[in-house]
Design a protein around this ligand. Structure first.
Ligand SMILES: [Zn+2]
Length: 501
């Protein structure tokens, strides 16, 4: 059964079961990739009737997931991810480790580095341990280090092992690293041996064969792009007369969080919101964000017309502390920022929220789109489905909103806008699979996309580029998706204006 058909079936089941759901079943909608399916957690109560049990069985057979864990937002989240008060973290060690007998050195003395320990097994074999900033945590096992030999040439074997996780990223190597991904290349497959667990599906560790010279070799989970690179990129864009670069505020460790405003329109013009890098290792999300944002600054007639009618609000790096510390997921307080958009316990999420609410409340800004760039194993667009009714608590909460029916109609329009945007992207890239993972709106949703939808009433999407998606393709899709968005928003404004004449 394809996804839209499944969705219709599920929707009809849910509609029939709303009275049952109100008794306390948690459910979720269809996902094109079930392993990414979101499990909503506002579940409680007991299933007491035969009908409820039947509904539950039908939904389970349809691939829906039930969770009673109230500390997890998604099925792949570890327990406690929705608890966003400050947690204990291990600060990164910035150091050089020299094995003089073997003539080999390692360094983590740079932003973005992570390699917790290295031991020498013999003079050409080493084992490294990579650990997260705190635990439990998602398995985004980031590492980055420099390595060299003190003799003219030496081949070593280095096994990367992990605490709290499995191996995820294919190593990227560079001798002349820069912000340009072309200065890096994935390790040669003949020099990369993944080690699987007994299921044959999970890579527990990986051995790298590295050819060393005194010229430093950089090894990183993904191409390095730290807060300094965001600063350089933003400053370059801000040289354009219609780009304003300001500091939104300071991160937990006092690093500036950069804000860009792109526009030639009035201060209260309709606005597109773009954010990224809540999760430190998610560099391919940045690789999509950069051309996406740059499209709004181009000299094409489309971009020029767009800038005269719309504004673009950009926070390219929400979590500079985590990026520079080489974190796997969290900010300097050990918290997943993209689970803090309900409680707002962290300075970074509060800063973005306050700036946007100021625009909404003081300037009466209308928000026409919100996108948050991320990275996951494969390219996925997380969207919000309609109706906004799935869990029991959601149903009750939404039913108590006085303007519920208006809200529901507008929510459907927002979903349709995002759907149309992705359909056009698919038409433009017929050989590329635009994968959509649709999940329900929730009144307490703690991700940025849900907050953009709920508080800004903006069509919202979480844009995930894959770990190993070809970089040129990521850039092409990032740029094209911005062009499609500009055209759709301009067309829609013309329709709105005509209907008001
Ligand atoms: Zn992410």
């Amino acid at each position: 059964m394809n996804c839209p058909t499944l969705l219709r079936v599920v929707y009809s089941v849910i509609r029939q079961c709303i009275p049952i759901l109100l008794c306390g079943i948690a459910a979720q909608s269809c996902s094109t990739l079930q392993q990414h399916a979101s499990a909503h957690t506002e579940s409680s109560g007991t299933v007491s009737s035969d009908n409820a049990a039947k509904a539950r069985r039908i939904m389970r057979e349809a691939g829906l997931h039930f969770s009673s864990d109230t500390t997890k937002a998604y099925s792949y989240d570890p327990p406690g991810s929705l608890v966003t008060t400050n947690k204990q973290i291990e600060l990164p060690k910035r150091r050089v480790i020299l094995f003089s007998k073997a003539g080999v050195g390692f360094s983590t003395d740079f932003d973005g580095a992570r390699l917790n320990d290295v031991v020498m097994l013999n003079d050409s074999t080493f084992r490294a341990t990579v650990a997260p900033e705190n635990a439990p945590i998602n398995f985004s096992a980031w590492y980055a280090f420099k390595v060299w030999s003190t003799i003219p040439s030496k081949i070593i074997r280095l096994t990367l092992t992990y605490t709290e996780a499995h191996h995820r990223y294919i190593p990227k190597l560079s001798r002349t690293p820069s912000a340009d991904w072309r200065s890096w290349r994935p390790i040669d497959s003949t020099s990369y041996i993944p080690h699987y667990d007994s299921t044959g599906r999970t890579i527990t560790s990986a051995t790298l064969r590295l050819a060393l010279t005194p010229d430093t070799l950089w090894v990183s989970a993904q191409e390095l792009f730290t807060s300094r690179d965001f600063e350089v990129w933003s400053t370059r864009l801000a040289a354009l007369p219609f780009v304003q670069k300001t500091v939104l505020g300071k991160s937990a460790l006092g690093k500036p969080i950069i804000r860009l405003d792109i526009s030639e329109a009035r201060p209260d013009a309709p606005c597109v919101v773009v954010i990224s890098r809540q999760h430190p290792p998610e560099h391919t999300g940045t690789l999509a964000l950069l051309p996406f944002v740059e499209e709004f600054t181009s000299q094409t007639p489309l971009a020029q017309e767009f800038r005269k009618k719309f504004r673009v609000f950009v926070v390219p790096c929400v979590n500079p502390d985590g990026v520079d510390a080489g974190h796997w997921r969290h900010n300097a307080h050990g918290v997943d920022l993209n689970r803090d958009w309900y409680n707002f316990n962290q300075p970074e999420t509060r800063l973005v929220r306050d700036a946007l609410l100021h625009m909404r409340d003081s300037l009466k800004t209308r928000f026409v789109f919100g996108v948050d760039f991320h990275t996951t194993q494969h390219d996925i667009f997380y969207t919000l489905s309609n109706p906004p009714l799935v869990t029991a608590q959601d149903s009750i909460a939404y039913a108590t909103i006085p303007e519920y029916s208006t809200y529901n109609t507008e929510a459907a329009q927002r979903s349709a806008f995002v759907e149309q945007w992705l359909e056009r992207l698919q038409e433009l890239f017929p050989t590329y699979q635009v994968t959509i993972s649709d999940s329900p709106r929730t009144p307490h949703g703690a991700t940025s996309g849900r907050w953009f939808d709920r508080e800004l009433r903006a069509p919202a999407v979480t844009y995930e580029a894959g770990d190993e998606t070809p970089r040129e393709l990521i850039q092409s899709i990032g740029a094209a998706s911005a062009r499609i968005l500009m055209q759709m928003l301009l067309d829609r404004e013309k329709t709105i204006n005509r209907s008001q004449e």
